[in-house]
Design a binder for this molecule. Structure first.
Ligand code: ZN
Length: 87
């Protein structure tokens, strides 16, 4: 059968995210290399390539929130305390 020459069925999105994007979706190696990241409104994409089987694909990132907020040199916690203290 010529099936042996074909690569395995590529990973699904679920399988890929479960592996935290650290695997090639074709050959499953962790020898992958990330390229430049492009940030758009609410999403970002990164080109990735496999050093072993030379597959190329694009990772998709979604914005999930933010952290480490500072305002006028203070963190959010300090700010909340100050606002409550002024009430
Ligand atoms: Zn590969």
């Amino acid at each position: 059968m010529s099936d042996k020459l074909m690569p395995d069925k590529p990973m699904t999105d679920d399988e890929y995210t479960l592996a935290e994007g650290n695997r090639c979706p074709v050959c499953r190696t962790d020898m992958i290399e990330g390229g430049s990241i492009e940030v758009n409104a609410g999403t970002a994409t990164q080109e990735v390539s496999c050093l072993l089987c030379h597959a190329e694909w694009t990772d998709i990132y979604n914005l999930v929130g933010y952290c480490d907020l500072t305002y006028e040199g203070r963190t959010l916690n300090h700010l909340e305390t100050e606002i409550k203290g002024n009430e």
